[in-house]
Write a protein that binds this ligand. Structure first.
Ligand code: CTP
Ligand code: CA
Length: 222
């Protein structure tokens, strides 16, 4: 286990990180969202930039400041994130998909605020595209990093996602552990590789997790 990575050099490399939880509007004043703070993705963007990579941060709404030197692209929905990432993909060396992307969006968006009438209501949802899986199908030389935040069967689900999405490294994160997951300043993660290798880390700050991830990215880039 390495807690403190050496300083990797990513000069000349182009990286894109997604962060935050997408928001899927129901009407002009409401959306479906999730508990992602964006902190993990912002820390990764900072670490990539500090390692010398030209870094784009495609972020769903958060209260976090953009790390110095990082180019931020602000999006709200999964579809907007999809388009922003795909527009850059061919020019990139590394993509880190730390965002919590909504799996579904409301089938329609009301033009005016929905009024209550006291009756039960059903919201019809339609699936969003899986951005990471699409990158996994399209990738040529890019290094792809995925995340899996789980509440049970962490390693089995993470392993399945790594294969299904064709990523080079999957960061598995048990969000039920104290000191891990949404809203926390720290994380307890494992890195899984397609060759079966696994690194289990102790509780670390999200910036330490990010630095260890950047060290692995530098190795994967060769
Ligand atoms: N992801 C994505 N686009 C989506 C959903 C997820 O790019 N529409 C990415 C996430 O950014 C993350 C990885 O896929 O890097 C895993 O996300 P997760 O929600 O854990 O996996 P899902 O495939 O959506 O499976 P489920 O939510 O059913 O566990
Ligand atoms: Ca999901």
């Amino acid at each position: 286990v390495q807690f403190f990575a050496e300083s990797p050099c990513l000069k000349g490399k182009r990286a894109l990180v997604t962060a935050g939880g997408t928001q899927e509007p129901l009407d002009p004043v409401r959306y479906l969202g999730n508990r992602s703070s964006g902190r993990m993705g912002f820390a990764i963007a900072q670490a990539l930039q500090e390692a010398g990579a030209e870094t784009i941060l495609v972020s769903a709404p958060t209260d976090l400041p953009t790390p110095p030197g990082v180019t931020r692209v602000s999006v709200q929905t999964a579809l907007e994130m999809h388009d922003a990432v795909l527009a850059e993909f061919n020019k990139l060396d590394v993509v880190v998909k730390a965002a919590a992307v909504a799996d579904y969006r409301p089938a329609s968006q009301a033009e005016q605020k929905i009024k209550k009438d006291g009756a039960n209501r059903t919201i019809e949802l339609v699936p969003n595209p899986d951005i990471l899986a699409e990158l996994g199908r399209r990738k040529t030389s890019q290094v792809l990093i995925g995340f899996a935040a789980e509440t049970e069967n962490l390693l089995a689900y993470a392993q399945e996602k790594m294969q299904r999405k064709n990523v080079n490294l999957l960061v598995a994160n048990d969000v039920t552990k104290p000191g891990a997951g949404f809203g926390s300043m720290t994380n307890i993660v494992s890195f899984l590789f397609p060759d079966g290798r696994r690194i289990d880390f102790p509780q670390m700050s999200k910036l330490e997790v990010a630095k260890n991830l950047v060290a692995e990215i530098a190795r994967l880039l060769g």
